[in-house]
Design a protein around this ligand. Structure first.
Ligand code: NCD
Length: 316
């Protein structure tokens, strides 16, 4: 049976914890002078990115290389996709070369799952439209557990452009599995349609009032305003967004001391997050980046190194 990481739904708590345990070991490798483990020697991984990326793609590339895999990066610009080749043909073509794993980012929600039905090598979803970004959620929770210990009962506040955020969708699932209480905050126009039913089912709270929620947070995660996915006006002006929903210098004073500030990047400094917040001593934005390599090493290891599959119900 094929093994994939398409959604946080593919993982149970034990498997998430197993990924974290391996990630902690991989994190130690990051501190070594020679950062190579032989685990994926002789395996080939393709990073197929149809959307722009700085940290996710380079993080998967570094993760694969530190595990001794051969990693090839392909982006839509510069590939035959820009000549009109279909997604299926592109995927079948690269798979026919004999790869062992495919990391894929695509602007269409559901693309990674669709691809996993076409090929029989592990597929890792590195972001599909506004649907999911499971490794981002894993690295966010991993960063939080290193900072806060168990997330059971911890209150995580997520703020920003929820409508367009796959990071939000993966994170509410991951945090719920780890026992955290989640409150999501956004202006009404950036609160996804149907969120009230979903929040009841999934057990998270919603709010339009950031100032009321911040004093009760154990962690705050700011999400980017995704202007590239917006077709119309979702808020009157950037200034008004910042006044109501930005993590401004004044709002930092509403947080309990020591509350970690997260952002998956790329940050719009001055819009959803001020420079004071992004560079605060409690900002863990760069910890998230370094955790990203360790968590992706762990995921690649579990999926490709011949270990029991993450989503086959066994202990990974
Ligand atoms: C996120 C993404 O691409 O979904 N970024 C990332 O992977 N680090 C969030 C975003 O683009 O705002």
């Amino acid at each position: 049976m094929t093994r994939h990481l398409l959604s946080i739904d593919d993982l149970d708590v034990t498997q998430i914890e197993e990924i974290f345990t391996t990630a902690a070991q991989m994190h130690d490798v990051q501190r070594r002078e020679v950062k190579k483990l032989p685990a994926l020697r002789g395996r080939t991984v393709i990073n197929l990115f149809f959307e722009d990326s700085t940290r996710t793609r380079s993080s998967f590339e570094i993760a694969g290389k530190w595990l001794s895999a051969d990693v090839i990066n392909l982006s839509a610009k510069g590939s035959s996709a820009s000549k009109g080749e279909s997604l299926r043909d592109t995927v079948l073509t690269v798979t026919a070369m004999g790869i062992d794993g495919l990391v894929v980012r695509h602007s269409a929600s559901g693309a990674a799952e669709q691809i996993s039905r076409w090929i029989d090598v592990p597929v890792i979803n590195a972001g599909d439209g506004t649907h999911e970004h499971p490794t981002q959620a894993l690295l966010d929770s991993y960063t939080l557990t290193r900072r806060l210990g168990s997330l059971d009962g911890k209150h995580v506040v997520m703020v920003g452009d929820l409508t367009h955020s796959r990071v939000f969708r993966s994170n509410v699932k991951c945090l719920a599995k780890l026992g955290a209480q989640v409150t999501v905050v956004a202006p009404p126009t950036l609160m996804p349609a149907g969120v009230s039913d979903w929040s009841k089912e999934a057990g998270f709270a919603t709010s339009y009032d950031l100032d009321r929620v911040l004093p009760e947070a154990d962690a705050v995660m700011m999400l980017r305003v995704q202007r590239e996915r917006m077709s119309g006006g979702f808020f009157p002006t950037a200034r008004e967004y910042t006044v109501r929903y930005g993590l401004t210098r004044d709002r930092l004073g509403l947080l309990q001391p020591g509350v970690p500030i997260l952002h998956p990047g790329p940050m719009n400094r001055g819009l959803e997050i001020s420079a004071d917040a992004a560079d605060a001593v409690d900002s863990v934005v760069l910890d998230q980046v370094s955790a990203g390599v360790a968590v992706r090493m762990s995921v690649l290891y579990h999926l490709l190194a011949g270990e029991p599959a993450l989503n086959e119900g066994g202990q990974a």
